[in-house]
Ligand binder design. Structure first.
Ligand code: ATP
Ligand SMILES: O=C(O)[C@@H](O)C(=O)CO
Length: 415
């Protein structure tokens, strides 16, 4: 294993797997820290954690355990993957995890770059944009768990870490890898370890990736991985053999706990043509709804059934005020995990989930341990094989075209 990656959620990890696979690395996503050694054919291993929204100390503990395992597999470089919308609170977990990994690896000059141009995320002057809006005006300011109210990544990250935060401005990125390396040395000399880097195009991310050659730790969204396979390839380290992929026949179902704008539009689109069952937070909290009943409903539908709690920000806020943010999120995630188990037990072979936390709960609920990354459905979302009879797509909340659900189940079907 050459590149050891730690993802702070499951959809984000599959987004990273998509990038690395498309750039020719043989990549496997592990569900949590594996028990035994990896197989010898894996060039990039991603340990997917559910650490984005857990308490800081727990996120650090899990991430260091993942790092230990990846080091034991012989990795030469490590990547900490977080969300392209920098999902975190003023306490963490991005900053504390990045610092802990840097401490463990003795790493300096650690890039921080969530840019993902294919999905509209860019970093300029240290500020994160979603399309033409600042992060804090993109809808992310109303996220149920990590409301992003400050688009200045340097300022937001500074609140999370013990050290100071530096910057690699766009002028250096545009000037190429040597200029980036020079800027990183200057920032290091000024005492900054975590360095927010500007990037607005894939070409900028390629430059940043190349500039990190030989550095132990890189952090960012999946875009920061664009340039890394090329460095390994130039060193003659990649086998460059594509893995085989085949789809899966059988029933499909969709579970959506994401409340993002993109997902709500996808839910509305799917409901125009296929059966869609809304589950209300109050019913979940009161125990008025059971996974067995939802799975039975899904089994008896014509078309591809969608079960969703996705709701607009006012409804989410009201549910959180009534029940508590963590309690309602936990109860909904537990419901989706059990419903997924019931669906698969009832014969579902193609499962689409929307939302990072939701997908994490589902994958853990299904006790999956290893996901083979397949072809891309939409930017940032690959199909994945979870075993002989199960193919998954874990969609990040903000990703995917409006018809994503129908497109995903169609693409996941065996040819
Ligand atoms: N109706 C609802 N009311 C309150 N909370 C909800 C509701 N529906 C879902 N949630 C919770 O909101 C959270 C949504 O997070 P999730 O990560 O699944 O989606 P997302 O944030 O849109 O996706 P991503 O992290 O990939 O961007 C989950 O914890 C979920 O349980
Ligand atoms: O980077 C992203 O936006 C996604 O991979 C993700 O992490 C959302 O959960």
């Amino acid at each position: 294993m050459l590149l050891g990656c730690i993802g702070d959620d499951f959809t984000g990890s599959s987004d990273l797997g998509n990038t690395l696979t498309r750039r020719g690395m043989r990549c496997v996503q592990y569900v949590g820290v594996p028990e035994g050694p990896a197989t010898a054919d894996v060039e990039a291993g991603i340990v997917a954690l559910k650490s984005r929204s857990v308490p800081v100390a727990e996120a650090v503990r899990q991430s260091l355990a993942a790092l230990d395992w990846l080091r034991a597999q012989g990795c030469r470089q490590f990547l900490f993957k977080y969300c392209s919308t920098f999902d975190s609170t003023p306490e963490g977990n991005i900053g504390p995890v990045a610092e802990a990994l840097a401490n463990a690896l003795g790493a300096r000059r650690v890039l921080v770059c969530p840019a993902f141009p294919a999905t509209g995320r860019s970093v300029y002057q240290g500020h994160l944009f979603v399309g033409d809006r600042l992060l804090s005006e993109s809808g992310m300011e109303a996220h149920p768990l990590t409301p992003m109210t400050d688009p200045d990544l340097r300022r937001w990250l500074s609140r999370q870490v013990g050290g100071t935060v530096g910057h690699v401005p766009f002028a250096d990125v545009a000037a190429g890898a040597d200029a980036v390396r020079a800027r990183m040395r200057t920032e290091d000399a000024a005492g900054h370890r975590l360095l927010v880097a500007d990037a607005i195009r894939d070409a900028d991310l390629e430059v940043l990736g190349r500039a990190t050659a030989g550095l132990p730790l890189v952090t960012g969204g999946s875009g920061i991985a664009l340039g890394l396979p090329g460095v390994f390839r130039d060193a003659g380290l990649l086998a460059d053999t594509a893995g085989a992929w085949s789809g899966q026949s059988g029933p499909a179902a969709i579970l959506s706990g994401s409340c993002s704008r993109a997902t709500r539009a996808q839910v509305a689109r799917h409901a125009e043509t296929d059966p869609a069952r809304e589950v209300h937070a109050d019913d979940v909290m009161a125990g008025r709804i059971s996974p067995a009943e939802l799975a039975e409903w899904a089994r008896t539908q014509e078309g591809v059934p969608l079960i969703y709690t996705s709701a607009d920000p006012d409804a989410v806020r009201a549910a959180q005020d009534r029940h508590g943010r963590a309690a309602v999120a936990g109860a909904i995630e537990a419901l989706f995990a059990e419903t997924a188990r019931a669906l698969v037990a009832a014969g579902v072979t193609r499962l689409v989930t929307a939302g990072g936390e939701t997908s994490g709960a589902v994958v853990e609920g299904l006790s999956l341990d290893r996901l083979e990354i397949g072809p891309e459905i939409d930017p940032g979302v690959p199909m994945m094989r979870a075993g002989a009879d199960l193919v998954l797509a874990l969609k990040s909340g903000n990703f995917g075209s409006p018809d994503f659900f129908a497109k995903a189940v169609r693409m996941m079907e065996a040819a």
